[in-house]
Design a protein around this ligand. Structure first.
Ligand SMILES: C[S@@+](CC[C@H](N)C(=O)[O-])C[C@H]1O[C@@H](n2cnc3c(N)ncnc32)[C@H](O)[C@@H]1O
Length: 375
């Protein structure tokens, strides 16, 4: 199980999943960054691309596309009338690929928030997973804790991917676990909104922290611009951070009552720079255009007496076309002195993305393991 050999044939297709509505944006992103990948198949929330002949993409290839929630090499689709038939076809297609884990999930079927729709694990995906597992001919190769939904894949694990594109049409592929998101089915970390959370922004912040792996530890001094009503601040408070919320709107009384929270009830431009002297981490989640969010953040981070080590910014895309400017926006953040800048449309993002940035490459990068937490 430890050193399974690579598939003999290089993969010919890549699959990617995304939020419903983000397909065109993802296609544009890939046309810009990987013009040698050709779109092959497209459904809402699910795309495949033909890879160039003779490509030398590594087994653990990372697409690094902002709008791809998950991706892997595609083996093609299986069709059948029942989950049992589809499961049998899955293993026929799988052949003798190495395997440690099975990830099964449904493509998104609606825009997040539309009539209460939330992307995530579905009963159909769990049933399909059980059917595939039931007839797995190489079960001895699977990791011992493979069936525990709370346990993510280990880095380097070989994963069978099965995306339920239609009830009778599953797309099969594989990837090797590497990034934090790639260790979970469909790149979806299983987060549950806690009862005390005052808004679903709690999920957004928690996912952003886990995805970015910013070294932001208990005791860290964090400011959030656009903090009301306070779900995201609560996620930070739950981790033991000290949080300064900046927002002209009202914070929820439960957040205001927290001993480690202080509210500056005003717009960001009205906040004196000295208020940021102790702050080392800055989050922003304003319902304004990306350029305005960046103007506000730049005014803080470029001040000579302010030392912000890392950023977690939500950039709202009121129109999908606003994504075209993202490369420039990310370059702008780099020019402020943040060497590591990454962006992703998180599972809990609506029509928006998350940008994570870290100033000092010397003291670690977002995503590096074993790094010393910094306050
Ligand atoms: C999406 S909500 C923030 C949600 C919040 N992060 C939470 O966890 O509940 C956007 C907020 O941005 C605030 N906002 C908009 N412009 C702002 C500005 N210039 N300065 C500070 N806050 C601003 C709004 O008042 C609004 O409360």
């Amino acid at each position: 199980m430890d050193n399974p050999s690579s598939p003999a044939e290089p993969a010919r297709f890549l699959f990617a999943t995304c939020q419903v509505g983000a397909e065109e944006t993802l296609k544009h992103e890939l046309a810009r960054r990987r013009p040698d990948f050709r779109l092959a198949f497209s459904r809402p929330g699910f795309l495949t691309f033909k890879l160039p002949e003779g490509h030398r993409l590594p087994d653990d290839f990372r697409l690094r596309a902002i709008f791809a929630r998950s991706h892997g090499f595609s083996l093609g689709k299986v069709t059948g009338a029942t989950p049992e038939e589809l499961a049998a076809e899955t293993w026929r297609l799988w052949g003798d690929h190495p395997i440690h884990r099975i990830h099964v999930w449904s493509r998104d079927v609606a825009v997040p928030g539309h009539r209460g729709y939330e992307p995530g694990m579905t009963p159909e995906a769990l049933a399909a997973r059980a059917a595939i597992r039931q007839v797995c001919p190489i079960a001895q190769q699977l990791a011992p804790n493979e069936e525990d939904p709370e346990v993510p894949a280990k880095q380097g694990d070989w994963i069978l991917d099965c995306v339920l594109v239609e009830p009778n049409e599953w797309w099969i592929g594989w990837h090797r676990a590497r990034s934090a998101a790639s260790r979970w089915p469909g790149g979806m970390m299983p987060l549950v909104l806690p009862e005390h959370a005052v808004s679903r922004a709690w999920l957004k912040m928690e996912e952003a922290l886990r995805w970015s792996r910013l070294p932001l530890a208990a005791g860290a001094q964090v400011a959030e611009i656009g903090s009301a009503p306070g779900g995201a601040s609560q996620a930070l408070l739950d981790r033991g951070c000290f949080v300064t919320g900046i927002d002209p709107a009202e914070m929820d009384p439960a957040v205001l009552a927290h001993p480690n929270f202080r509210h500056l009830r005003r717009r960001a431009v009205q906040v004196q720079r000295r208020e940021f002297r102790k702050i080392r981490w800055l989050a922003a989640d304003m319902n304004v255009a990306p350029a305005y969010t960046l103007d506000v953040v730049e005014a803080v981070v470029s001040h000579p007496h302010v030392r912000i080590r890392g950023l977690l910014l939500t950039l709202k895309l009121f129109e999908w076309e606003m994504a075209d400017a993202l490369p420039e926006h990310l370059d702008r953040v780099r020019r402020w002195g943040y060497q590591v800048v990454r962006a992703r449309q998180l599972l809990h993002n609506r029509q928006e993305i998350c940008v994570a940035a870290l100033r000092s490459a010397a003291s670690g990068r977002t995503g590096r393991r074993g790094e010393r937490p910094v306050q």
